[in-house]
Design a protein around this ligand. Structure first.
Ligand SMILES: CSC[C@H]1O[C@@H](n2cnc3c(O)ncnc32)[C@H](O)[C@@H]1O
Ligand SMILES: [Zn+2]
Length: 447
């Protein structure tokens, strides 16, 4: 009998690996950060002993969900400005609020809340783009979440810089500080030029050079709105994706959020350059940005994954919601009830999410040798009874509140729906305190 730190078991173990994507009455043995075995429970229980048995009857077990585009700290701006298009929302509400409120303390506190919200919804990895990125990393490190964290780059002054060079220097410093083997192995730094309309060609090219030299991802907003397309057309005579192609920006280290206003020849460019796409359907719906051509992108072999965007445009960080919405909306858009079936949707939210973030060898599926980022779902609830197809339930019926346990890197972070690594009440308390101050400010009251 071998010792395992944890045995995680359930009626269904969705491994999401290529060869065998689910096991009925399955179990996983975890030692340290690693998955050391996956098999039917009967075999695992004969080979391994452990004091820590997680899951059990009436549970589904799957790889942690991956949020490939967010601005975690924006949870503190949730509900501050709704029901308007992106340009109005950004220029007249969000950027002024960021200018007033962002600080290391704000971003640290807010990012902890975001981590708590994501973990409770089964998200184990997020790909962030923001300012004060050390504070995002410190918060994720404290909670124990896996994160790819992008240092935001724009061409205009904000609280963290006056010029593109300030942000670029900061990004280099941040990447050197957090790269593998230096700090927390769960944090992967990257560089995040905001968009084609807020960064000049020079800024984008410099960002790309840094990404190549330091071997990190490039995270960017791309072709989100019709306005962006006409703006880039008028500046450069090319549509955003064609323009990025023309300056040599596109390759497999690029994670492009949105990709809503995309023509067929641009889809080919995304596919040929192996660009990863983060589909943020709920943000696109709420800001009325449009419908991304996800069916066509998938057909062309583009790796489409799910992002929530920030909670100020969504208004939550729940990937299960994105999965369900996308599965339904694209069927209607394409007039094809077979499109984006449940297995494809779960693959997009797990294995492909990990792959586009460059983490495909470590996480995204449940396989021997991979790191243990695993969630369990309680299936014994009224809205999940009866069960014919667990994939269908996960995409169309599971709620965030059904997520019972969340493990990241072999460490249990959520047990029985409660956070273990920090005090939930004080995280919530801080959110309400910041909210009171922000609310007074937004209502024009000083102090
Ligand atoms: C460079 S830090 C990130 C920057 O992006 C802003 N932002 C948040 N959501 C969106 C979106 O949907 N499109 C474009 N920009 C967005 C955020 O407020 C930060 O300023
Ligand atoms: Zn965004």
């Amino acid at each position: 009998m071998q010792r395992a730190d944890y045995i995680i078991c359930g009626d269904y173990v969705l491994t999401m690996n290529d060869r065998m994507d689910s096991i009925k009455d399955g179990a996983i043995a975890v030692k340290g950060a690693e998955i050391i075995d996956v098999d039917i429970y009967e075999n695992i229980s004969k080979k391994y002993s452990s004091e820590n048995i997680v899951g059990g009857k009436g549970r589904a077990v799957l790889p942690g969900l991956i949020n490939t585009h967010t601005h975690a700290a924006m949870v503190y701006f949730r509900g501050l400005a709704d029901d308007m298009p992106l340009n109005d929302w950004l220029k007249n509400y969000i950027w002024p609020a960021e200018n007033e409120w962002l600080s290391n303390e704000f971003v640290f506190d807010a990012s902890q809340l975001a981590c708590l919200e994501m973990l409770k919804a089964g998200v184990t990895t997020f790909n962030d783009m923001y300012f004060f990125c050390d504070s995002v990393a410190n918060a994720a490190e404290k909670i124990g979440m896996r994160a790819v964290i992008g240092a935001g780059i724009v061409d205009f002054p904000t609280k963290t810089g006056n010029s593109a060079d300030d942000y670029i220097n900061n990004a280099e410093r941040f990447i050197e500080k957090w790269k593998k083997g230096v700090r927390d192995e769960l944090i992967t730094p990257c560089i995040a030029p905001h968009s084609t309309y807020t960064c000049s060609s020079e800024t984008l090219k410099k960002s790309k050079k840094i990404a190549e030299r330091l071997d990190v991802l490039l995270h960017i907003h791309l072709s989100e709105t019709e306005w962006e397309v006409s703006e880039v057309l008028s500046r450069y005579g090319k549509r955003p994706i064609e323009y990025l192609h023309s300056i040599g920006f596109l390759d497999e280290r690029v994670v492009a959020a949105h990709c809503v206003w995309v023509e067929d020849r641009e889809i080919e460019m995304l596919a040929n350059h192996k660009v990863g796409v983060s589909h943020c359907i709920e943000s696109n719906l709420k800001l009325a940005s449009g419908f991304a051509p996800v069916g066509a992108m998938l057909k062309s072999g583009v790796r489409v994954t799910f992002g929530t965007d920030g909670a100020a445009s969504n208004n939550d960080l729940n990937i299960l919601g994105e999965m369900s919405t996308a599965a339904k909306v694209h069927k209607a858009v394409l007039k094809d009830s077979v499109a984006l079936d449940a297995r494809t949707i779960i693959t997009m939210a797990t294995r492909w999410g990990a792959e586009v973030l460059g983490l495909g060898k470590s996480v995204g599926s449940i396989e021997k040798g991979k790191l243990a980022d695993i969630i369990t779902i309680n299936l014994k609830v009224p809205h999940l009874a009866p069960i014919y197809d667990v994939y269908s339930h996960i995409v169309y019926a599971v709620m965030a509140s059904d997520i019972e346990t969340v493990m990241v890197n072999g460490r249990l972070l959520i047990n029985n729906r409660m956070l273990i690594t920090a005090d939930e009440n004080s995280i919530l308390q801080k959110a309400f305190e910041w909210g009171r101050k922000i609310s007074l400010w937004s209502n024009g009251v000083k102090g």
